[in-house]
Design a protein around this ligand. Sequence first.
Ligand SMILES: [Zn+2]
Length: 278
Amino acid sequence: MKLGDLEFHIISDGHVLLDGGAMFGVVPRPLWEKKSAPDARNRITLAMNCLLIHAAGKRILVETGAGGKLNAKLRDIYGLDGPSLAGGLQNFGLRPEDIDVVVNTHLHFDHCGGNTRVERDKVVPVFPNARYFVQREEFAHAMHPNERDQASYFRENYEPLESAGMFTLLEGDSVIAPGVEVIVVPGHTAHMQCVKLTGGGKTAFFFADLVPTTAHLPLPWVMGYDLYPMATLENKKRWIPQVVKEGWLALFGHDARVPAAYLRERDGKWEAEPVPVD
Ligand SMILES: [Zn+2]
């Protein structure tokens, strides 16, 4: 997909199975199971969609999926399966060494697990030539998560990179490259960032976990995982109408069927009009 000189692709790092109830918060199961049928363990299928962006001569990745470090028990609990980010990059003729920038929207394992890998009992960067970007306060929280969200944070995904001086810790909205901007959108975590891509008069907006799938478009459909659900609600009210009104392309990090769509308002409801991706 092209936005003027900026080009981007959606690459899946496979899928993860998460509890359907936790994914839809206060929404009763008879409603959400119509959108996403759970398996026998009450889990629904979520994609881990990453972005590969070519902007101003740089190769930029947004998110790195769950990666390959989780043990067999956790891989089973989360039902990790499907294609890999590395394989997706290979399809574009790219090796990990070719990536210049990695952006993590936040540091839950399904967004940054592919930051690092194990090599001879040592955790090393997957993208040795990249500078990694995350919000400073998200990093601080990830180093000391609380009892409610500590299951989502694994230090091996980010601490070794910080120790190696490979992280740039951002303080607020920032331009990563021409046409690539991160915007702090609290709710899911206190300092999650969304990514806005602009070029040629067009805009695409990566919702990260503000609106993880098209099923989460209705305002009360807020994840039970969110630390600050009322902030998520406020930010959905702020950003979804803007995406609709300005005709931005919406990008969904966890939607296995509709990673990209234009959003329309019909009879007071937001609808996703899927856009084919490569
Ligand atoms: Zn998350």
